[in-house]
Ligand binder design. Sequence first.
Ligand code: FA5
Length: 347
Amino acid sequence: MDLQAQLEELKTKTQNQLKAIKADNANELQELRVKVLGKKGSLTELLKGLKDLSQELRPLVGKQVNEVRDVLTQAFEEQAQLLEAAQIQARLESETLDVTLPGRQIKLGNRHILSQISEEIEDIFLGMGFQIVDGFEVEQDYYNFERMNLPKDHPARDMQDTFYISEDILLRTHTSPVQARTLDKHDFSKGPLKMISPGRVFRRDTDDATHSHQFHQIEGLVVGQNISMGDLKGTLEMISKKMFGEDRSIRLRPSYFPFTEPSVEVDVSCFKCGGKGCNVCKKTGWIEILGAGMVHPSVLEMSGVDSEQYSGFAFGLGQERIAMLRYGINDIRGFYLGDSRFIEQFK
Ligand code: FA5
């Protein structure tokens, strides 16, 4: 067979092969393209025969080679488009869209229960004209202890051992240092000081169901003229009713804090049994929620506040304790694990 006939045959054969390729076997198209039009393909092979042709025939056959290449290139192009269209059509026919299926719900997060409690308490106090003050979690020994009437070597420091950054810098053991910092700045000619300060505190406590080495407190401080224990009791009664219900009552028990005198521990009547005694209140009818007292004159004097003229009360409540009592949570560690099954219960 002469070269021209071979070219003709290659063209027809390739066109037929192309038509036979099925949409689900598109790789075949690429393989055939390489076999026919590739560098080492059949057309290149035939080209080699050009050199044996006569001078007259060579340009004619050369032209024919180019025509065959053009025709086949276009045929490959067209077939590729046909296959692609067929593939899309097949997918459209096989995939069905069920518009009656329920939509995918976007999971919404919620605020952590401790944040909710502190915001709730902040709202109550904001409504009574208190300011909200931020303190430092990394605090000076001076403010955490000395300004709270706990000089170095005071035995009560033992109850609040902590993590020391250096001899004088520590992770605060309570929110009370904010008392001293705020007292230092307050201008009493403009009125009494009324503030609360929520925040994280740290202690060298062993973790168990009711103790954590880090937890949250809310400090409260009111200093002005003629502030009495009655004001403290009224404020605490109000907060306990708002947090635990209108029928709650409170009782004050004598206690000791170096920065308050007198000092009290405050109990709320048990919300579960109403005071009769149950497992929540350990059969006493009362649940302890905070420590409080009248600000010690030395704490006022260290801030340059005249303790003859001014008096005040302070309290410090444990936020986890409030949440545990309110929702019957029996292990404090649940607050810090970040387990969404725990957090999502408090939407
Ligand atoms: C204090 O920290 C005082 N600063 C409170 C205070 C402020 C008294 C102002 C007077 C005037 P106390 O150590 O009792 O007191 O802690 C207060 C509350 O923090 C406790 O009632 C308890 O609810 C909580 N608490 C104490 N230790 C832990 C702990 N390891 N884990 C979780 N909560 C704790």
